[in-house]
Design a protein around this ligand. Structure first.
Ligand code: ADP
Ligand code: MG
Length: 328
């Protein structure tokens, strides 16, 4: 369909120039950008993992945000979903709604998108481009061996609850971007990077296949996202909040109690939260020693439903607000 006139460059030129020009050519892409459909080959014995995330200007980023960062993040959040289910990424499609064919914006967006795409060997195989409010929709496709996916419903009482990386950084980064808080420049740079350039934990998701009993990526805050595992697995959990991994920057910029609140409820970190049965814990600890991010055991799955938080000394810790909800 053609909704693009009367813009400075034609829809066709725009697609040719920006989206049909990716250097990466995967062998399993029989037909990529430029025809009516892409034709793709799923390896035998694999299930196709499919996920889609939308980023809307004004909701997920400010309209004047750096386009390269937007390109990075719109792919990273999708790859994070593939990581959380234990899939190896393969292809993406891109739905783009743009107020104008702004070539500076497009060039920056593609730089951010393709830089991350090549890092994970992901090929853009199609999409749609139209005029409208700035919105980026990416659908990502990956492969998981049949029955090896890390689903949300496999946690069992006694399993250890673990997370990758540090928590709360992106939540504080958002407060900095919104100018609700000013912090020393060095820390501000790190925290903004955590918000704008999340690192999808693909390697961790792949290594956890066959070992973790459940997994989710943390997009809306640990308390809320762990809650999804608990609901789907029909169990509860106990967390020790003093064990939540917090970065030196987070600890330097806010008081200890505020850091705990951010680590529990701040969104946009895109770390993995996963559960590990006791019989696999030693193996996971050994694997995690080779990771380029932290690995922390923060609690345990219990029979009784609900999330209970405690301090290191066993006293109760009360959560004020569990996490982000677009419609709350
Ligand atoms: P149609 O009208 O048949 O949907 P389009 O003109 O929308 O075709 O798209 C032409 C080709 O360009 C298709 O292969 C489509 O997948 C691809 N394409 C369009 N927009 C994008 C985009 N934003 N990213 C990647 N590929 C795109
Ligand atoms: Mg189309």
């Amino acid at each position: 369909m053609c909704y693009f006139n009367p813009m400075s460059i034609s829809e066709f030129t725009l697609i040719q120039h920006y989206f049909a020009s990716q250097a990466l050519c995967r062998a399993d892409v029989l037909l990529g950008v430029g025809d009516d459909c892409a034709l793709l080959k799923v390896p035998p014995g694999a299930s196709l993992a499919v996920t889609l995330d939308m980023l809307v200007a004004g909701t997920h980023f400010l309209s004047d945000a750096d386009p390269e960062g937007i390109g990075h993040k719109s792919l990273a959040v999708n790859l994070s979903d593939l990581a959380a289910i234990g899939a190896v990424p393969a292809w993406i499609t891109l739905g783009l709604s743009l107020p104008a064919a702004d070539e500076t914006w497009l060039a920056g967006f593609c730089r951010g998108l393709f830089k991350l795409a090549v890092q994970f060997q992901v090929q853009l195989v199609g999409g749609d481009t139209t005029r409208g409010p700035l919105t980026i929709t990416i659908q990502a496709h990956g492969f998981v061996p049949l029955d090896k996916a890390l689903r949300r419903n496999g946690a069992r009482p006694g399993d250890a609850i673990c997370v990758t990386g540090t928590l709360g950084d992106a939540g504080l980064g958002l407060a900095i971007v919104r100018q609700q808080l000013s912090v020393p420049a060095g820390h501000a740079g790190y925290l903004r990077t955590r918000l704008e350039r999340p690192v999808p934990r693909i390697r961790q998701g792949l290594e956890l296949r066959g070992l973790a009993s459940a997994a989710i990526d943390i997009s809306d805050g640990l308390a809320q996202d762990l809650g999804h595992i608990l609901e789907r697995s029909r169990c509860g959990a106990r967390l020790t909040v003093d064990r939540l991994p917090r970065s030196p920057a987070l600890l330097a910029c806010v008081e200890a109690e505020a850091a705990i609140v951010l680590a529990l409820t701040g969104g946009d970190d895109y770390e993995l939260c996963f559960t590990v049965p006791p019989r696999h814990l030693e193996q996971v600890r050994a694997l995690a020693a080779g990771w380029d991010c932290a690995f922390t055991e923060i609690g345990v799955i219990e029979v009784e439903s609900g999330l209970r938080c405690q301090r290191e000394d066993g006293t109760l810790y009360k959560i004020q607000r569990p996490g982000y909800d677009h419609f709350a």
